[in-house]
Every structure is written in structure tokens, then in C-alpha cells.
Design a protein around this ligand. Structure first.
Ligand SMILES: CC(C)(COP(=O)(O)OP(=O)(O)OC[C@H]1O[C@@H](n2cnc3c(N)ncnc32)[C@H](O)[C@@H]1OP(=O)(O)O)[C@@H](O)C(=O)NCCC(=O)NCCS
Length: 213
């Protein structure tokens, strides 16, 4: 795998509708606690249908991608108001999701950290993303970069871009959930200054940060 050196035309730009398939693909290829989730679930569309596509449907204006001029290598998706996202998800996304993923498929022989039953349950139950600290941390994000883009500073830049956009809109803070086994992401968020929220637990880590320093 060839790493980009960070100077060869990589840019952060707003998400466009034609990026949708690439975003879904990146989500899948980094969707198992940062590792490739391809073939891990009975349906490769399941992970993006839970953690990426509803976000770009609901808030395309808060999604950002890293582009090398030919393709998308990473993205950040998020919402400014997670309560509103939950209500929209119940009304619009969950019914579509239920048709696409009516029940778990046959076992794949791999044992994902998040079992297929649980992932489908989350897709069907948007309330799963509601946190007790929502009033103080109304926004939420997901960030995923392909391996060749990692470690070049784009994760930090994407989070800074999202925070600045939220601050402009008057949103005070954001939260995110991390897979407890995703050590790289846990180190990344700590390095960026995220702090653990009161309702966080070792099994379900939750972190927050203000949008403006
Ligand atoms: C986690 C992720 C978003 C980080 O983005 P990145 O571009 O690789 O990180 P950056 O290069 O911007 O690093 C920013 C800082 O975090 C630190 N950091 C990043 N990854 C780290 C790791 N795995 N271990 C320790 N520190 C790390 C960097 O050293 C850097 O510190 P510095 O700015 O003080 O030098 C990215 O690696 C990724 O997408 N991973 C796969 C998908 C994933 O796990 N997503 C998160 C799901 S919750």
C-alpha cells in the first residue's frame, strides 16, 4: 500500500451526492473497529446503512471528504442536532432500513465485535444513539479514512472542519461513540482533546468536545 505524502493534491471538500457509493465503500472497508468489515456480515451494505448513509441523507451539508482528484479516500459525516436526526431516522430511514435488512442473514463464519443482530437492532432503533448529555452535546460525527490516508493529519483536519462549521451555526459541542476495541480511534480522540462523557462506560465509550476552543 502506497501512503500519500500529504502534498500530492489531497484536498478536503464538501460532500457531493455522487460521492455516496465511495463513502459507503470506505465505511465498509474501515467498519470493523477501524479494520476491513468486508464479508464480515451477511450483507456488505449493513455497516454503511447504519453508520454512514443515513447521515449523508439527513445532513449532506455537514459531510466532508478527502479527495485526491480521482477518488475519495476518507470522510467525516455528522449531524448538528442528534435529536432531530433521531426523529428523522424514525420517520424516514428506519422504514427503508427495515426493508433492506429485515432480519440477520446466515452466519459468515467471522465473529464481528458488534454482532449482526445488534447492528440491525441499532438500524431499526434510532433512539440507540440518544445520550443523556444531548442538551450539552447536540452534534454527532463518524469519521473513516482508508488505510493509505491514515496518519497524515487528515483526521484532525476533518474534525477541525466539522467543529468550525458547527461553531458557525452556534452548536456548542459534539459527541461520538467509539467501539471499545478500536484502540487507534481512542488514541486519536484523546490526542485531539476529546474527553469522556459521564454516561460513557468501558463497553460503550462516549467522548465529547466543544466546537470552539
Ligand atoms: C481514527 C482516524 C480517523 C484518525 O485519523 P488520522 O488521519 O489517521 O489521524 P491524524 O493523522 O489526523 O492524527 C491526529 C493526531 O492523533 C494521533 N493519532 C492518530 N491515530 C493514532 C493512533 N492509532 N495511535 C496513537 N495516536 C494516533 C496522531 O499521532 C496525531 O497526533 P499529532 O497531531 O499530535 O501529531 C483514522 O485513522 C481512521 O479513519 N481509522 C479507521 C476508521 C476508524 O477507526 N474510525 C473511527 C471510528 S470511531
Amino acid at each position: 500500500m502506497v501512503k500519500h505524502d500529504g502534498t500530492d493534491g489531497l484536498t478536503i471538500r464538501p460532500y457531493r451526492p455522487e460521492d455516496r457509493d465511495e463513502v459507503a465503500d470506505i465505511c465498509l472497508r474501515t467498519g470493523a473497529a477501524g479494520a476491513d468489515a468486508t464479508g464480515m456480515y451477511s450483507d456488505d451494505t449493513l455497516v454503511p446503512d447504519v453508520t454512514a448513509l443515513p447521515y449523508v441523507e439527513f445532513a449532506p451539508d455537514l459531510a466532508f471528504v478527502v479527495d485526491d482528484g480521482k477518488r475519495v479516500l476518507g470522510y467525516l459525516v455528522g449531524v448538528a442536532d442528534n435529536d432531530a436526526f433521531i426523529e428523522w431516522s424514525k420517520r424516514v430511514w428506519a422504514p427503508v432500513f427495515a426493508e433492506r435488512h429485515p432480519e440477520p442473514g446466515p452466519p459468515t463464519g467471522r465473529a464481528p465485535a458488534i454482532p449482526e443482530e445488534l447492528l440491525i437492532w441499532v438500524g431499526l432503533n434510532p433512539e440507540a444513539t440518544r445520550i443523556p448529555e444531548a442538551d450539552d452535546y447536540p452534534a454527532q460525527l463518524h469519521i473513516n479514512l482508508l488505510p493509505e490516508l491514515q496518519g497524515l493529519g487528515f483526521g484532525r483536519k476533518l474534525v477541525d472542519t466539522f467543529r468550525a462549521e458547527l461553531a458557525k451555526r452556534g452548536v456548542p459541542a459534539l459527541y461520538l461513540a467509539v467501539d471499545a476495541t478500536n484502540k487507534g480511534a481512542l488514541a486519536f480522540y484523546a490526542r485531539l482533546g476529546f474527553h469522556e462523557l459521564p454516561s460513557s462506560s468501558p463497553e460503550h465509550p462516549l467522548f465529547g468536545i466543544a466546537t470552539a476552543p
